[in-house]
Ligand binder design. Sequence first.
Ligand code: GRG
Length: 335
Amino acid sequence: MVAISNQDTNQTSLQSLLVPVKNEVSRLEAMMHSLLSSEVPFVRSVAEYIIDNGGKRVRPILTVLGAKMSGYTEDRAYHMAACIEFIHTASLLHDDVIDNAKVRRGRPSANAKWGNHVSVLVGDFFYCRASQLLTAQGDLAILKTVTDSITALTEGEVLEIVTNAELKTTEQDYLKIIEFKTAKLFAAACKVGGLLGKVSDELVTGLEQYGYNLGMAFQLADDALDYLSSDDVLGKTTGTDLQEGKLTLPLIVALQAGDEKEVQLIKNTLLAERLETTQFQDVHAIIKKYNGFERTYERARWYVQKAKTSLNPFRQSLEKDILFGLADYVIQRNS
Ligand code: GRG
């Protein structure tokens, strides 16, 4: 069954899940703002526009929860959480330039508002501020964890471009792409929490594995939502992946199972300059016919289960309950 139901419940369900840690969420928001200072007022105002644009903050919340579960609640946990969100923000700014995206989080993207040069440079600013936070923190294990995940993020993006260009992306290729461009940053976000708390290797690995599996599930759901959600709910344009020629799992399933005519229709759509509504509907129908959405959610549920099991070494706690709730949320969300 496809996990899309009531569109209004989405943001509310995340918010209600986080009610028990609402003070920590406020502390994170305040910390991120305080870390956006710049001697160039324009940089700060663009950076604030993006940060105030209402991202879900899933990644930095993972760092805060991971640290808390590991007994660490100092300001440094919030510095590292902000660092993770800044890296994510940098990647979105650059990604929107690469994809020429007009909308992000329901508002004009930075590139649409100020042009590509501002978007790339403010992306660099976020990335550099994240690096400053990492060096100030000074823990080499944390530095390595986060910089390895940034390297993977960029490699994943390049891998996606080159693999998709040949229209031959396999399920295996796809899983590697999402591992690199999404899951490794989720894994790092969680692992950093454990490293801050200096817990045992077993617990650090448990957190890392949780983040990795959560990230895989998150991206699988994201790729299904690109076809299933509506623009208003998604905060970006539905059908973007098809328009941009991205081969995500729903489409890979359809390409594998479709007959010659259907495969040709999909390939023509992927290569078209403009995506017509009827083309989107036709491809959507082919994916549906071959259970592409169900297959994608089935995989996502498998990763959610693995994410939960990864937390076995931790005893029951409020934070662990929230991490379980987050695992369910990533596949139930609508945006
Ligand atoms: C400059 C660090 C840096 C990297 C450049 C462009 C690039 C390399 C990487 C892009 C990777 C990318 C955009 C992956 C998609 C990840 C993803 C699922 C984004 C959406 O995340 P949400 O839903 O967004 O958490 P919000 O808006 O809620 O924050």
